[in-house]
Design a protein around this ligand. Structure first.
Ligand SMILES: Cc1cc2nc3c(=O)[nH]c(=O)nc-3n(C[C@H](O)[C@H](O)[C@H](O)COP(=O)(O)O)c2cc1C
Length: 454
């Protein structure tokens, strides 16, 4: 076994952090195999959360959307939905787990800060300081139609609103002084005088005058995650977030470039380079040998990219309804059709689409690939494949070189898709000294090694 020489690396003592990203609203979770359980049964959530906790994961993470995606007038073919909203779901898990962090994806464009901050504080209190908030700004017109607003903010304004949203939320979380509840039966009020503050905030997006209803939690505030990848999104993360949930965790050079970019933005924002953790989303496929892992990966890809899914992905790329085509036949001969961006799901830039279609055509022709095979080979890629030892070695290199701080793992099977990670990969990571052997704290902030809230 080769080990990374501690002297050669910038962060020899860095630890890998793992979260689980329970998708449930995405076809990447295989649902058509006999070993697949329900993605919406509360028992599945519980099973995954407990497995992750057994594997000493930092967090159980839920993405969320406020509306099902639609395509061609129906529910988008690639979505599977049907679970409670994330704060409600995580509150149930808080009662059934002990240590693992519980992260809710909640939207700043369509929520109101006084209300959402209170609900997140509730989760943080119920869980003993284990709550996190993945701040998303998703604005699309089709989501906005739920609220009669449509896509009412442009990109930059969404981040300005998110920034103002967070500043109100932080004031709400700090509203009660330490020890505010009077301890004596002789006291004239349940609260010590002046202990409950007032939040008054008037800005471009919010005009708030409220009295917070909750004390701080064991970790002060929920941990702030951020998942936007644009320049504005990255700057927002550098100013405001504790964790970035990125999409840059497969290729080492790409991950390192992203991490360096975030560190540069942190310095520009006047924050320390280690004030933020970078946890890209990934899928991890494990086999006893490299060959077995590759075979398993092939099975996973075939299950994920069914003929219908392949046609759905191609329809989005081409801007055409290709649902009646043969996925095992050749690529469509038509040119892609791309309307100007109108906020509808799936609308894309024409230049980008033409380039992608040209690349797909060239590679499909050179390799004799069908449409489905082309989507498998060139469509969205999912992550890491290997043996437990090989993956542990690879991840130790990523983390010790500062390319990332860990992964938010999407299990491709529910509910037992984390089992081999916990049983086979975690011990290999522990053996290399790159993963905890026990929880050392009780709060999510402590698991992530973040400084206490001031
Ligand atoms: C890894 C990742 C995960 C995301 N998860 C969600 C989600 O669960 N729900 C949601 O509404 N938006 C989600 N988003 C969308 C972002 O919040 C944001 O709206 C979108 O990326 C556009 O912002 P940007 O241009 O800064 O990237 C996610 C984005 C990324 C990169």
């Amino acid at each position: 076994m080769t080990r990374t020489d501690p002297a050669d690396v910038p962060r020899p003592d860095a630890l890998l952090h793992l979260g689980v990203f329970f998708q449930g609203v995405n076809h990447w979770t295989i649902w058509s195999d006999p070993s697949s359980g329900s993605q919406i049964d509360p028992a599945s959530f519980l099973r995954v959360a407990r497995t992750a906790e057994r594997g000493l994961f930092d967090a159980f993470f839920l993405g969320d959307g406020l509306r099902l995606r639609e395509s061609e007038g129906g529910v988008h073919e690639l979505d599977v939905a049907g679970r409670p909203d994330s704060i409600t779901q995580l509150s149930a898990l808080a009662a059934a787990t002990e240590r693992i962090g519980l992260v809710s994806t909640s939207n700043t464009t369509f929520n109101e800060p006084g209300d959402l901050a209170r609900r997140l504080a509730g989760l943080d209190l119920l869980s003993g300081g284990r709550a996190g908030w993945n701040v998303v700004t998703t604005h699309n017109a089709w989501t906005g139609e739920n609220f009669r607003r449509g896509g009412f903010l442009d990109h930059a304004d969404r981040y300005r609103r998110a920034e103002e949203f967070l500043s109100v939320a932080r004031a709400v979380w700090d509203g009660w002084a330490e020890g505010v509840v009077a301890g004596s039966v002789d006291a004239r009020s349940w609260a010590v005088p002046g202990g409950v503050g007032r939040v008054r905030s008037k800005g471009a997006h919010f005009d708030v005058d409220l009295v917070p209803t909750l004390p701080r939690s064991a970790q002060g505030h929920p941990v702030i995650f951020q998942a936007g990848d644009s320049g504005e999104g990255r700057d927002f993360a550098a100013r405001q977030a504790d964790v970035v949930f990125s999409a840059h965790g497969t290729d080492f050079d790409d991950a390192l470039a992203f991490a360096e970019d975030i560190r540069r933005r942190l310095r520009a924002a006047g924050r320390a380079e280690d004030a933020l953790r970078i946890l890209p989303g990934t899928e991890i496929v494990i086999g006893a040998t490299e060959k077995e892992a590759e075979e398993k990966e092939r099975w996973v890809r075939l299950e994920q990219v069914t003929p219908a899914v392949a046609l759905g992905i191609a329809s989005r790329l081409w801007g055409l309804d290709l649902s009646g085509r043969d996925a095992d036949g050749p690529l469509p001969t038509e040119d892609p059709v791309v309307a100007a961006y109108d906020g509808k799901f799936g609308t894309r830039q024409l230049g980008e689409t033409r380039e992608t279609v040209a690349e797909w055509r060239a590679k499909a022709e050179a390799n004799g690939w069908s449409l489905r095979e082309t989507v498998i080979e060139l469509g969205p890629q999912r992550g890491h494949v290997g043996t437990p030892a090989g993956l542990a070695e690879k991840f130790a290199r990523f983390v010790r070189h500062g390319a990332l701080d860990g992964f938010n793992v999407s299990p491709y099977l529910v509910p037992d898709g984390l089992d081999d990670i916990v049983e086979l990969l975690v011990p290999e990571l522990q053996e290399r000294g790159v993963y905890r052997t026990a929880y050392t704290g009780t709060t999510l902030r402590e698991h992530l090694g973040l400084a206490p809230v001031g």
